[in-house]
Write a protein that binds this ligand. Structure first.
Ligand code: ADP
Ligand code: MG
Length: 730
């Protein structure tokens, strides 16, 4: 029932939304199409393009799988086929779709429509398809370019398919591209990722050849991203300037029931959310994004989606696209999807588990232990190399996931801490320990089956990797899971760092193996020696216990593991010559590209925090204090009228005093923050450190006073949607 109270109206609206029904695709007989019938219909499929001769088709597939370049004449033929496909599908515009350093995606649309001698025609030249020239000075470049030499180029990435996006009233052809400066510096996230994949492929292929697998010509990096997000009703969203401006609530008192009951995780999905997830899957399938799982997450209002893994560069593109579609489909259902790492204080934040593995040209997963891992020395060597890579380059890995949003999650007692460690699981840990001690490798034999005590249930094999949710980097059966990545992150960056870290250790391993084998050591012995060397060197990074505990923070310090707590601290790694040497030597980044990233990311950190502070102070003045004043005035009137007739009013006085104290403290702290912001000065690093180490805690004190006031003030005086509204009303 609509009332005079806008907050009540919003609650009513949110709880009475109609489910959005979309028309399903049907065949000629009116039967619903299966997913396999329309999967990838908005993606340009080389296999189906009849205009492309078989020979060129093969070349193109080879190019996309092996990072070779395409013959320019053949590119023309491909481009012509793309244009025809786009026209057949009623596309009006095209764009080069790329990932600037902001972490989002960028697109500049051009119409196919053109005028030739005053006559309207549809046209797209091949060169336009292959290369674009957006104004690079409008994108963050960390001082690499000035406006007068602003040319930047986007160039077609053949390994990621061209796709069509559908707007309400038309379609756009999107061409995945890399974005580089006039002088060839990477201004984007994709270019270094592609370089890192090429390098890892070369190093691991060489490694396999060295150990006698001559028929291996190519190694792929595979990635599958589990994406977490929150959904809140749209009517609350626009009433919360903090979420609109910064993606998270800057204040808000938690509800009496957060996630203590653990009843949301894997719980029944509410109808309205299910309708949303079904449309989301539908949109993803058309774009050839293989959405596979969907479920409730730990916190109320939190959900997860994961696609089937694929090649790293494609997975990174698909994750960017998926994040955009998660948001746009949510709007259609009158939801807003929050991808921020910590939208609500006091309850679980959102991460993105990046599942990562390598497979060879025969499709074999190099991280698959097989049935008897203790007899599989090649597998153990691959694992030990990754462990050494993570230990040696842990600071750079930590840096790669640094963002202001992720700072609230890492180490906040509910997500892995900012200490990078590896969870191996019992089986693998025992084998690695045997190796380290120089013992004969035996089956640790802990793979018992679980007795469920009910004979009608099938016996389940106990998962020999266990499920340790507290580890930032975990081995999960046949892959590693980089779990400390933030939910809103562009995964291309952490993946490029991980690939390079691993490639670097393969490179060293290759040199060692080559020498040993040349000296007459058998391959088996050389591999065993190598594995022992790496595991001995890096075992301190292995931790199978509870990563959320305070004891671990202390123990990690004793073990000498770095703990870079804030983004401001972590980003400094980007300009530390000793730390970044391997990134340059392995050709993933140039020194200038890294310093560019340092400036862009530090500036971004500072700007985003400043936006948060200003928004918070605005909320204090426009909402919290006015609400408090309204209630205070009511209380004063009541107290006065009761005193006038000699009635006791000790409770009212008590509340009044409590409120008055909280208001005065809030006002003073908010004023101080404003003054501190005005007088902020120093180098960008000094400013970032000052924000991270001083101003952040000040803003948290302000939030605490706001929350105290929220708890005192009656609902009828409170003007902001509450945690209760946003988390529980759907
Ligand atoms: P869980 O939540 O149990 O870890 P999910 O099914 O939600 O698992 O997500 C696991 C993700 O890992 C999926 O994206 C899946 O495709 C991906 N994955 C599975 N095997 C591999 C592999 N060998 N390499 C990379 N990613 C993988
Ligand atoms: Mg999952």
């Amino acid at each position: 029932m609509p009332t005079q109270d806008p907050r009540k109206n919003n609650r009513y609206k949110a709880s009475h939304r109609e489910n959005r029904i979309i028309s399903r695709l049907i065949d000629a007989q009116g039967n619903p199409l299966k997913v396999s019938d329309f999967y990838g219909s908005n993606v340009f499929d080389i296999q189906k393009a009849k205009e492309i001769p078989e020979k060129i088709r093969k070349e193109l597939i080879n190019v996309s799988e092996t990072s070779k370049t395409l013959n320019p004449e053949h590119a023309e033929i491909v481009a012509t086929a793309v244009v025809k496909w786009a026209n057949d599908n009623g596309v009006t515009h095209f764009c080069h779709w790329f990932q600037p350093l902001t972490g989002g995606t960028a697109e500049k649309h051009d119409a196919f429509f053109s005028l030739e001698n005053g006559k309207a025609i549809e046209k797209l030249s091949v060169s336009q398809l292959l290369q674009g020239e957006p104004d690079a000075s409008s994108f963050p470049n960390g001082g690499a370019r000035s406006t007068f030499e602003a040319r930047g180029y986007t160039s077609w990435d053949l390994s990621s398919p061209i796709f069509i996006t559908e707007g309400p009233n038309g379609k756009t052809l999107c061409i995945p591209t890399a974005f580089v400066s006039y002088t060839g510096e990477a201004l984007d996230i994709k270019t270094p990722l592609l370089r890192s994949v090429t390098n890892l492929n070369e190093q691991v292929t060489q490694f396999l050849n060295l150990v006698g697998e001559d028929d291996i010509t190519n190694v792929n990096v595979n990635v599958g991203c589990e994406q977490e997000y929150f959904l809140i009703d749209k009517s609350f969203y626009y009433e919360r300037p903090d979420i609109v401006m910064s993606g998270r609530t800057l204040l808000g008192s938690s509800t009496s029931r957060n996630q203590q009951l653990d009843d949301h995780y894997f719980g029944a999905i509410p109808d309205r959310v299910m309708g949303y997830m079904q449309e989301l899957d539908f949109e993803l399938y058309k774009l050839g994004i293989p959405a596979k799982t969907r479920h409730n997450e730990v916190a109320p209002g939190q959900f997860e989606i994961a696609p089937i893994f694929c090649e790293a560069n494609l997975a990174a593109d698909q994750n960017q696209l998926m994040m955009a579609i998660i948001k746009s489909v949510a709007h259609k259902h009158n939801f807003v999807a929050l991808l921020h790492e910590k939208p609500f204080a006091g309850i679980n934040g959102s991460g993105k588990h990046v599942n990562w593995s390598m497979s060879d040209c025969k499709g074999r997963n190099l991280l698959d232990p097989g049935k008897t891992p203790h007899e599989n020395i090649l597998f153990l060597a691959n694992i030990a190399i990754v462990i050494e890579a993570v230990r040696r380059h842990s600071k750079v890995l930590r840096m790669s996931i640094a963002s202001q949003g992720n700072d609230h999650r890492l180490g906040a007692n509910e997500a892995p801490p900012s200490i990078i460690s590896i969870f191996l699981g019992e089986t693998l840990d025992k084998i690695m320990l045997q190796l380290k001690m120089g013992k004969k490798l035996t089956d640790p034999n802990i793979n018992e089956s679980l007795n469920l005590g009910a004979s009608q249930l099938v016996e389940l094999e106990k998962d020999n990797t266990d499920r340790n949710r507290t580890s930032p980097f975990a081995f999960t059966g046949n892959r590693f899971e980089f779990r400390a990545v933030g939910s809103s992150a562009a995964v291309g960056f952490p993946i490029s760092i991980l690939n390079t870290a691993v490639a670097n250790i393969y490179k060293e391993s290759n040199a060692i193996l080559e020498k040993d084998i040349a000296n007459g050591t058998s391959v088996e012995d050389a591999l065993t020696k190598l594995t022992k060397r790496w595991i001995t060197n890096s075992y301190q990074v292995v931790f199978n216990g509870d990563g959320y505990s305070q004891e671990w923070v202390k123990e990690a310090e004793i073990r000498g593991l770095p703990n870079l707590k804030t983004t401001a601290e972590a980003l400094k790694v980007l300009i530390n010559p000793e730390q970044i040497k391997f990134l340059i030597e392995n050709n993933t980044f140039t020194e200038r590209e890294l310093s560019m990233r340092y400036h862009v990311l530090t500036e971004r950190y500072v700007t985003l925090r400043e936006i948060e502070f200003t928004t918070l102070m605005g909320l204090v003045n426009q909402h919290v204090l006015p609400s408090a004043i309204t209630y205070k005035t009511q209380l004063a009137q009541i107290i006065k009228s009761q005193k006038d007739v000699n009635l006791e009013c000790s409770t009212e006085l008590e509340i009044y005093k409590k409120l008055d104290f909280a208001m005065a403290s809030l006002y003073a702290n908010s004023h101080n923050l404003g003054e501190a912001l005005k007088s902020i000065q120093g180098s960008e690093q000094e400013v970032a450190d000052h924000i991270a180490n001083d101003l952040m805690s000040q803003s948290e004190i302000i939030a605490d006073y706001c929350n105290e006031i929220e708890k005192i003030v009656p609902n009828s005086c409170w003007s902001l949607p509450t945690y209760y509204d946003m988390l529980f009303i759907k």
